[in-house]
Design a protein around this ligand. Structure first.
Ligand code: PDD
Length: 289
C-alpha cells in the first residue's frame, strides 16, 4: 500500500499525470527512511534533512513533522514487513510545461514502502568492491533531489565493473558514493569528509560519527585526498539501506589487507547494538536518541 496525494492505494492503482514536474523536470526532493520493527529510525533527523532539501529547491513543506509522522506510521501499518524502508517523494506538482515555478499548484506527495533486508552476511565478511569516478554532479549535492541522472550514470560504472558502489572524487578529494557516504581508516583513525554542499549529509554518517565519538574511536573530520583513499587501511560505506559496509577492493586493488578490518567490525557491532536499542524503543546509552 502506498500514499499518493491524500489517499492510500495499491502501487498498481497509483498514477501520476504526465505533466507532473517530477516527470518533466525532475523537480522534487525525496527521503529514504528505514523503519525497524515498524519504528521509523532517526525520524526527526530525516524530516529536518527533508526540510533542508525543500528549502534548497524553494518548495513549501506540505506537512508539519507531526503530520509526516502520522502519515509514515499509517504507511508502515498498512504494509507487512516488520523492517521496511520508506521512500517519500515530493514534487512541485502538475502544470503546463514551463521552467518557471507554477503559481498556486499543490505539490505531489508520494510515499511507498519496501521490505528492508540487511546486507547479506557474505558481503560483510568478505567486503564489497568499489570503483572510483570523477564526481561530475552539480554543486548542491546536499539537497536530496529526485533528479538523480548523474548518480544513476555513476552507479552504473560500478555495475559495469561488477562492483557495489562508485566512490566519487572531486578536484582530487573524496566526496561520497553514488548513493552512500564514504569513510576511510588510516593508522586506526577514522577519517570522514566534512559536510558541505558537495555531499549529502547522511543520517547513517551522523550515527557512525556519534558512535565513534561515544566509544573513544579516534576520529578526524577533514578533506580526504585521492591518494589517502587509495592508500587507506580500510574504506567504509554507509547508507540507510546498507548500514555500515566494508569496501575491500578499490579499482581492482585490495584495500589494506583486502579483508574487512577492525574498525569495520567495531562500528558494525556498535551500529547493530544501536539499532536494537532503537527497535525496543529504549533510550540509547551510547549515542543520542
Ligand atoms: N541514498 N549520499 C548519497 C548521494 C545518497 O544517495 C545516500 C543515500 C547517502 C547516505 O545517506 P543516508 O545515510 O541518510 O541514507 C549519501 C539512499 C539510501 C537512496 O537514494 O536510496
Amino acid at each position: 500500500m502506498i500514499y499518493l496525494n491524500g489517499k492510500f492505494m495499491s502501487i498498481e492503482e497509483a498514477c501520476i499525470p504526465v505533466l507532473d514536474r517530477g516527470f518533466i523536470f525532475g523537480d522534487g526532493v525525496y527521503e529514504v527512511i528505514p523503519a525497524y520493527s515498524r519504528r521509523p529510525f532517526r525520524l526527526t533527523e530525516h524530516l529536518s534533512r527533508l526540510q533542508h532539501s525543500l528549502d534548497g529547491i524553494r518548495l513549501k513543506n506540505p506537512f508539519s513533522n507531526e503530520e509526516w509522522k502520522n502519515l509514515l506510521e499509517q504507511v508502515i501499518a498498512k504494509n507487512d514487513p516488520e523492517d521496511q524502508y520508506l521512500y517519500l517523494h515530493i514534487t512541485r506538482g502538475v502544470a503546463k510545461r514551463d521552467h518557471a515555478f507554477p503559481i498556486n499548484v499543490p505539490p505531489t506527495v508520494f510515499i511507498m514502502s519496501n521490505s528492508l533486508l540487511p546486507p547479506p552476511g557474505e558481503l560483510l565478511s568478505s567486503g564489497a568492491s568499489a570503483v572510483t569516478a570523477l564526481d561530475n554532479r552539480w554543486i548542491r549535492c546536499d539537497v536530496k533531489a529526485i533528479s538523480l541522472l548523474p548518480n544513476v550514470l555513476l552507479r552504473q560504472l560500478a555495475v559495469d565493473g561488477h562492483a557495489l558502489e562508485t566512490i566519487l572524487l572531486r578536484d582530487g578529494f573524496l566526496t561520497e558514493g553514488a548513493a552512500s557516504n564514504i569513510f576511510i581508516v588510516k593508522n586506526q583513525v577514522l577519517l570522514a569528509p566534512p559536510k558541505s554542499h558537495l555531499m549529502l549529509p547522511g543520517i547513517t554518517y551522523d550515527v557512525v560519527l556519534e558512535l565513534a565519538a561515544a566509544n573513544q574511536i579516534s576520529l578526524e573530520i577533514r578533506e580526504i585526498s585521492e591518494r589517502e583513499v587509495r592508500t587507506a587501511d580500510e574504506i567504509l560505506l554507509t547508507s540507510s539501506t546498507k548500514e555500515v559496509m566494508p569496501i575491500t577492493l578499490l579499482d581492482d586493488k585490495p584495500v589494506g589487507t583486502g579483508k574487512p578490518g577492525d574498525m569495520f567490525f567495531q562500528l558494525h557491532a556498535l551500529y547493530q547494538q544501536y539499532k536494537t536499542t532503537h527497535m525496543r524503543g529504549l533510550p540509547a546509552d551510547n549515542v543520542k536518541t
